[in-house]
Design a protein around this ligand. Structure first.
Ligand code: KE4
Length: 432
């Protein structure tokens, strides 16, 4: 496959941009090779600068749940830009999207729009600290909540790919207030709570993890966290930047029937534009400035063009529940197809899948937390990744990421992915 234009662009990019990319995972460092530069996308396909077509399973790491260049979103965004791009003043759309988010996610009584998932999680723990008057937070190894200092401790996603889960530049003071537990291990949470009683403001997690690869909560885990937080006066924060409006119309909290005190959102709510949000119980959110004393602000928060994209996306998802039936069917079809291939090859690699999120782990261990995710063979994954790319399937360039399906994927697309998957595993194993 000719990717010479991408290669020369990458060469040039590295002169001006650290690592040649504006977000680390894009650099292909954990899978090797030179990243492809995307020129355009439509529906289930992306097209690189050399004209190669790929079936898309990243979907911008989640936002493009309806596929790329959805005509309704395109139209409403192009209408919005006729009225200029930004005012730095309140607008009608911000009220409408806030009302819609509150109606779709009942645990959210009040919500504040920001510009990224990172801003959402940073702000959520700040208001939890303000509300409780406590300093410490609990997070889970392998969960990623954006690049805020408090979270770059045993972080997942790109941080983990680089083997630097604890980033330089995060001060000891900040790190001291972040306690890390093991995902799916309530005892590890209880021991942190016992040794920090009265000092823990919040517990934050991805209710379904995407950032160590896709990892599901064990039976009773989420409810167990809810009980601990109720007993200890700890603010339970579900980071639904990935899962929000993806795993169901009301996100993971609706699917698993566990109600957090605060929720952070991103990705889908921007319809592909830079949008994040945090919200939850009014008695907590009322602490946010200008109503309360916890400061948080943003020049482009609630940007009218971004709100047009997000509002169109959320309205469509709210009015078309069949989207979630299709995504469930697509996720199951892919999982069953992959399992059939693995059985044929006599391999019992682990597939973690829920709805339209999945990860194929190159390990025969069950993957329930960071240590088990790390038993995966990264070299094998890298060969598999490139074999899939050569067959026109565009996966996330890391073993420790979830893939994201869109409604633009047809059965034919999925069958092509299943076929390419079997061939690519053989190539990776040197069997073809
Ligand atoms: P952003 O600041 O990247 O918008 O959101 C941070 C974030 C917060 N919480 C969760 C659960 C997330 O998954 C993310 C960001 N996800 C990564 C994918 N692993 C974004 C991809 C990237 O970093 O380039």
């Amino acid at each position: 496959m000719n990717i010479s234009t991408s290669q020369s662009l990458f060469q040039k990019a590295q002169q001006y941009i650290p690592g040649g990319v504006n977000s680390p995972v894009r650099a292909f460092r954990s899978v090797g090779g030179s990243p492809i530069f995307i020129k355009s996308a439509k529906g289930a396909h992306v097209y690189d600068e050399d004209g190669n077509e790929y079936i898309e399973l990243i979907n911008s790491w989640g936002p493009m749940i309806l596929g790329h260049a959805h005509e309704l979103i395109q139209k409403n965004v192009s209408d919005a830009i006729q009225n200029s791009f930004s005012f730095g003043a309140p607008t009608r759309k911000e009220v409408e999207i806030a009302e819609l988010i509150v109606s779709m996610m009942p645990s959210i009584e009040k919500v504040r729009m920001v510009n990224s998932g990172t801003e959402a999680t940073m702000s959520a723990i700040r208001v939890a600290r303000g509300f409780t008057g406590r300093d410490k937070i609990i997070k889970f190894e392998g969960c990623y909540h954006g690049h805020g200092d408090s979270f770059l401790i045993a972080a997942g996603s790109g941080a983990m790919t680089f083997g630097t889960p604890d980033s330089p530049g995060v001060t000891k003071g900040v790190a001291n207030d972040t306690l890390t537990a093991t995902f799916n291990d309530l005892a590890s949470v209880k021991s942190l709570v016992d040794s920090n009683r009265g000092n823990i403001a919040a517990l934050i997690l991805e209710p379904v993890v995407g950032n160590m690869g896709c990892v599901l909560p064990a039976e009773g885990f989420l409810q167990g966290l809810r009980t601990i937080c109720d007993q200890e006066g700890i603010v339970l924060i579900f980071d639904e930047v990935m899962t929000g409006f993806r795993l169901s119309r009301g996100g993971a909290q609706e699917r698993f029937g566990v109600t957090p005190d605060l929720t952070t959102l991103g990705k889908i709510i921007g319809g592909g534009m830079p949008v994040g949000a945090y919200g939850g119980r009014a008695e907590i959110m009322n602490w946010v400035s200008p109503l309360g004393p916890v400061y948080q602000a943003g020049t482009l928060s609630g940007n009218p063009v971004a709100m047009a994209a997000g509002m169109t996306m959320l309205t469509y998802l709210n009015e078309h529940p069949e989207v979630y039936l299709q995504l469930e069917a697509s996720g199951s079809k892919l999982r069953n197809g992959f399992s059939a291939s693995l059985n044929k090859l006599g391999l019992n690699y682990t597939i973690n899948q829920i709805g339209s999120m999945y990860t194929l782990f190159f390990t025969d261990q069950p993957v329930t937390d960071l240590p088990s995710a790390k038993t995966s063979d990264l070299g094998l994954f890298g060969k598999y990744f490139h074999a899939m790319l050569d067959r026109g399937i565009y996966l996330g360039p890391s073993q420790f990421e979830s893939m994201f399906l869109s409604t633009a994927l047809t059965d034919q697309h999925l069958e092509k992915v299943i076929e390419a998957n079997e061939e690519s595993i053989k190539v990776a194993l040197g069997l073809a």
